[in-house]
Design a protein around this ligand. Structure first.
Ligand code: PMV
Length: 330
């Protein structure tokens, strides 16, 4: 039996613009998916998912007698199994064990579909755990690459490397197309506000794409986000003193303004951003596709978390420091 965990992420800078070849800087945060895997001899796969901030469930399926062996609604089955299925397939491939079956137990404290990379964390942890259970230790970069392939397949070719690379490597990373690097970063005191909702990534990306085609100034706005990312990257390389946190916050505010101009924020996201700013955060912005979901603020004091927890748009507020460790097999 092997257990592996992997962190979720926030975008410090660069969502949406990354789709058009600009760099982005996602950061892993201390909210993790934990996956425990045990090989079984009958070649079947049993997935037990609890604490996923949706109702827990158990499904068992396999190819032994051609019977999927499940009686749950299709959507739930898909949500439960597609990512885990793809991840297990990658582990089988890595270990050269195409017929291997497993009991898989998934636990996660990362809100689902809220821009925090929950599916990537589950996929990364499952690949690492299942490969280790088959006797193969995978390098985090290989886990990242295999996890990206799973996301690409499950999401019909719509996936960037940001979530999977960040979850596998931990820390702050820079992603520009297929070029993925880790960055040196100081400790970053992230506070997250979650409005309890989730945006439709495909629709939001399509909206930005058509705005960008229609208006030159929307294309300039996307390019300006790229400039903010490059400015942020040079500040991150510094020593993380109060002045550089203040500058990072200022750039986060700028990035949020540009995303707002592109139409991907919402009243609840804006309200949480303003609650954080008024509480004295260095800066705040939406994270991920937008529409609904999470904002991220920088504040080493308790003020922002307190203000967010009293904000009517915010369903959950929590501190989630930069996670230095990516995927960990124990
Ligand atoms: O909401 P998330 O974490 O899936 O982030 C989406 C980020 C986008 O830049 C909007 C899309 C993408 O594929 O990079």
């Amino acid at each position: 039996m092997v257990t592996a965990s992997a962190p979720g992420k926030v975008y410090l800078f660069g969502e949406h613009a990354v789709v058009y070849g600009e760099p982005a800087i996602p950061c892993a945060v201390e909210r993790r998916a934990t996956v425990t895997v045990e090989e079984r001899t009958d070649g079947r796969l049993r997935v037990d998912a609890q604490d996923l901030e949706i109702e827990g469930f158990t499904v068992e399926y396999g190819t032994v007698d051609g019977d999927p062996g499940v009686e749950v609604p299709t959507e739930l089955l898909e949500a439960a199994t597609e990512y885990v299925d793809g991840a297990v397939e990658q582990a089988r491939d890595a270990a050269g064990a195409p017929g291997a079956g497993f009991d898989v137990a998934v636990e996660s404290d990362i809100p689902l579909g809220a821009g925090l990379g929950s599916s990537a964390a589950v996929v990364v942890a499952t690949i690492a755990a299942a490969a280790a259970e088959l006797g193969v230790t995978l390098d985090p970069r290989e886990v990242a690459d295999r996890a990206y392939r799973v996301e690409l397949e499950v999401q019909n070719g719509q996936a960037s490397r940001a979530d999977t690379f960040c979850s596998a490597m931990g820390g702050a990373v820079r992603v520009e197309g297929d070029d993925c690097r880790t960055l040196d970063a100081p400790d970053l005191p992230f506070v997250i506000g979650y409005d309890g909702g989730s945006g439709n990534t495909g629709e939001l990306v399509a909206r930005v794409r058509s705005l960008r085609e229609e208006y030159g100034f929307a294309a300039d706005t996307v390019a300006a986000i790229g400039d903010v990312v490059r400015a942020g990257e040079s500040v991150l390389g510094g020593d993380g003193d109060e002045a550089s946190l203040a500058e990072l916050g200022r750039l986060m505010d700028f990035d949020h303004g540009l995303l707002e101009a592109l139409g991907v924020s919402s009243r609840s996201l804006d309200e949480m951003v303003w609650a954080a700013r008024e509480a004295g955060a260095h800066g705040a912005k939406l994270t991920g596709a937008g529409g609904a979901g999470c904002i991220v603020a920088l504040d080493e004091t308790p003020e922002t978390e307190t203000a967010l927890s009293y904000s009517k748009s915010c369903e959950q507020a929590f501190r989630a420091e930069l996670a230095r460790e990516g995927v960990v097999v124990s």
